[in-house]
Design a protein around this ligand. Structure first.
Ligand SMILES: [Zn+2]
Length: 98
């Protein structure tokens, strides 16, 4: 992980914070903690989740299968919503309440 402030990869380990490895940026001195929750997923994975959802699976079911946090998946659908037709969006938003 690179420095969130200056994007430099020049860092040194700075001990543990609440069990997570923390780093100090050698470039700007910013201290930050590695965050395994904000993992990035490939477009393929996102598309697969979208496909599963459109085939009738709920967010929590998809989360169980993919082991991705369901709030992360919901965020993707919000992003993807701009790319979908109005009809698909209505379907997704109406099913979200189940
Ligand atoms: Zn920095």
């Amino acid at each position: 992980m690179d420095c969130p402030r200056c994007k430099s990869s020049q860092k040194k380990k700075n001990g543990l914070r609440r069990g997570k490895q923390s780093f100090k940026c050698k470039n700007c001195g910013y201290q930050y903690v590695e965050n395994p929750i904000s993992r990035t997923y490939s477009t393929e994975v996102k598309q697969l989740c979208l496909k599963m959802y459109l085939n009738g699976m709920g967010f929590r079911a998809i989360a169980r299968v993919t082991e991705i946090d369901h709030t992360t998946i919901i965020n993707w659908f919000k992003e993807a919503g701009e790319l979908l037709s109005d009809e698909s969006q209505d379907l997704i938003m109406s099913r979200d309440t189940k």
